[in-house]
Each structure stands twice: as structure tokens, then as C-alpha cells.
Design a protein around this ligand. Sequence first.
Ligand SMILES: [Ca+2]
Length: 570
Amino acid sequence: MSEPDMTVVASVRLRAKRYGETSTKLNERSRGVSRTLVIVALCIATTACERAAAQSRAANPSVSQQCDRSALRAVALENTTVDSVEMIAAGSFSPPGSRAPLIGTPAFCRVHAHVVTSNDSLVNFEVWVPDTWNRKIVVTGNGGYSNVPSFRDMANALLQGYAAAGGDTGHQTPTPDDLQWGAAHPQRIVDWGTRSIHAITVPARRIAASIGQNVLQRSYYYGCSTGGHQGYAEMQQYPLDFDGVIAGAPGNNRVRLNAAYLWQYLSNHSPDDGTEIVPASKLPMITRAVVAACDKNDGVVDGVIDDPRSCRFDPASLLCRDKDGSDCLTSPQVAALNKMYAGARNPRTGEQVYPGWSQSSEALTAMSDGRPASGWSQYWGTRDPMRVNFWRLWVFNDPQWNPRTFDFDRDLTRADDTIGKLVDQRSVDLAAFKHRGGVAIVYQGWQDPVVNALDTIAYYERLRSQQGSQQEADRFFRLFLVPGMGHCSGGTGTTNFGNQGGAPPTVDADHDLLSALDRWVEQRTPPDRIIASKIESGRVVRTRPLCAYPKRAVYQGNGSTDDAANFVCR
Ligand SMILES: [Ca+2]
């Protein structure tokens, strides 16, 4: 075991021990500094180590020749076991458990491995190296409480010539949403909420470098939702892992987010019999009314509200004149809707616990039965609130816990002090990440009913204040709000730009997140705007610039509003 590798293990063990001691009141800032120093030391050492190892080997034998378990025996992979190595032929690949094969994949070397992260946790992961490799790796994040890698994101990176890696977050039970796997196992929760990407990135980089027989030149991160959360964990806690990070719809404020789901449930379910007050089937009608009222606020009537903060839609305008109907709201429904727009507050201090979701995020497109394809109803829960087991199993350790007893002061503090310390990624101190030259692209749909755009903005604004100016923030961190987009992808706006869900129609640095990140890192050209497309039946029907916050796309008054060329960021 070489010196730097021992440091990796030691630091992981140290971190695991610290996180296990959840009641210890460590000073957040001093803890961060000491952690950063350890990481700086080990990463400089490991990068040099990888370079030396790669350079000492023969020049460029093909990936297929190196795709062999014996080739990996010489690689230092502490706490990591390689389970299988195989060459996958070009064409298509069906990942384990997937419903549909990945199409058009190049030939690649597939490595399956696992890394032990504590005496009670491990993370399974895969590394894919294409036979024509660009010497860069993209490590991908996860969705929700996932137990599998995001194979589609890995395939998209592979198609662009990158090696790709992804893991299972440390979650190894069959049902993603059960949360039982973490109950009374804090190390597994730490993996899911904080550590798993770092844990797989260290060995994945070495595996890719070994198979590719090249110097690994760049390491990027790509994820949305929990993947966005993991990207924030990397920037805050493992700042030297990546040259660039793409984090979409970050669920980094996790305790508050799950408290907000509780709020949605409590606001919209009768305390008497638990029935829904606003039925899911009315959400698309509400969104249509909101859009009709506020679409023009941005100067272009296009079915999209560019900035829902400008919208002052009054739900009482939909009050039923006579009896309840599908196109109107009863008084209790208006009251419930207003509670959800307002969001949860601490009853003692008045502090906003988590912002209410924006007007127009109630629902995306409607299904034939009138229910929304995506919207608040998925996350306000049915018989129980969404993520109720986060509270029952992780916070209170009581399977019988009743959500109606939740106190948004006392219980929230308890959650912050326990599980919050294992999973939340709320610090805006990104000094180490910025100092090492790291850059970040964050994106967020304005109609996201899962992770609230207002919370993503709130984090950004705290970061900007901490940086001291817009210019300092812009140097390394850019937020792109996407009008008319739901959670990570989809919606009525221009929602295709290399975000989760697939490659854009044009893969270049003006249209594609990963290409834009790569240009920023390699040429130091930051993205002021990214041109997003709206695609219908396989055809681009509209393009629009997404602008780095706080700028927004402004129509110049001439030409088609479906053409990005007629908009400026201002
Ligand atoms: Ca509009």
C-alpha cells in the first residue's frame, strides 16, 4: 500500500467515525478546514501517483487488450474488490435490471467492483472505458434513494468519449424507496447522503487510468436530484475530486426538503379521514389558470412563465360559484392551496423552513384521465406523506410514528442535529473547490415539483454573498434556471440541453452541459448562456438561451420567439 493510498483509507475512516458520533457538537468551520487539509494532501499525491503509474507502462495498448482482471492486479485499490471485468461489443448494452437496452454504445471495457466504506457499509460501482477514450472520466450520480447506478447517464458520457462511473449509493436492498436499509445503520446513511461518490471516484479514476493506459487528464461529475445533492457534497466535502461539477435540481437541503413534503401532506389531507383536499386531478387545471394569468409577464406569450416569482395568481379567482366541479376550487381547496404556496414555517420563530413551491409548478402535462404526468401530487403522498420512512426509520426510529404529531420547531431541530449531519450539504464555503480551479454548472427547472427552484436560488444567493460579489461567484459557479421545466427534464419549455434524459440535438459547448463544462475547464471559457431546445416528435420546434443567473433571456423585439438568436441574456 503506497503512502497516499493509506491516507485515502485513513481519511475515510476518520470521516466515518466523525459522522457516527452524531451528538458531538463539532464546530462546522474548523471541521471543514481540517478535512480540506487532509484532502489537499492526499489528492495532490494521488494525481501524481496516477500519472507516474500510467507513464511507466507501455504506450497506448488498446482498451480491449487491457480489459482484463489481471491488468488491474497491479493497481492500488484499497478497500476495493474488482468483481468482474468484461469487454462489451459496440451496438447495445442491457444493464442489470434495466427495462430497455442502451442503444448505440461504443465498444467498452466494463468493470464491476465494490468498495468497503466502513465496517457496516459498502458501495457497488461500475467503471466503463470506451475503446476510443478521451482521457477524461465522468462520475455519475443517482436519483432518489436509488440502489443502482444511473446507467443512462453513464452511456451518454461514454458516447462522448468519456470513461464513465456510477455506484449504488451504498444502498443494497431491492426496493429503492424502502429506507429500511439505513435504519439503525448510520454508516450506510452517510454513504447515501455524503460519501459514496467520493468512495467510488478514488478507485474509478485508477481503474480507468489503468485500462486506458493513459494519463487521466480530467475528472467531471454529473448528476441530478439526489445526483445534484451528491454534486454539492463533492464541492463542499471532497473539493479535489473533480475539475468540474454538473449538479441539477440539487436535493442538498434534504431534511428541510423532506419536512416540506410533510407540510404538503398535512396541508392537503383532511385531519379527520385523511382524504385529499385538492385532488390530483385538479392540478393541471390550476397550472393552466396560473400560466394564463402570468405567461405574458416575461414579454412573450409562449405558454411558459419565465420567472414565476413575478406571478401573483390568486387561487380564489377559481372559487366555485355553486357546487364543486372539475374546473373550480372549493373554499377548503383554496385554503389548502394557499398553505402549500406559502410553505412551512417554524411556528415559534416564524423562520421559513423550506419555501412553498412556485406558482406553475403544481403539475406538468396531464394524462388522459386528467391526472398530472408529474406534479405536487406525487410528493404530497397518499395514505402517508412522501418519504415518511425518512422520519419513521431514520429520524425517530419508530415505525409507528404519526406524521400528524410533527413539530416544525422541536422535531426539525432534532432532525437537523441527527440525520441532517449525515446527509445535508448546505455549506456555501466552497473555497477549496474554487481554489483548486473547480467550476460548477447548476441547473434547475422552474416547474420542478420535487426540488423547489426557490430553494436552489436561496443556496445560490447565500453563496454569492459569501463570495462577496457576482463577479467572484461567476468565476466558478453558475446557476441556470430553466423556465417550463419539471424535475431534471421534461416540461413545456425548452428543456433539452444535455441535462438528464438524453443528448441534445447538437452536442457542442453552446448546447450541451457536459461540453460547456469541458470548455470551461480546458479553455477557461465560462458559459454565459446555454442554448436549450424544445423537441416535439423528434423535431426542434423552439430554441431559447438559458442564462446564467441572475440574468434572464429577453426578447429583442424582432424575429421569431422560437429562435434563440432573437434573445439576449440580461
Ligand atoms: Ca411567457
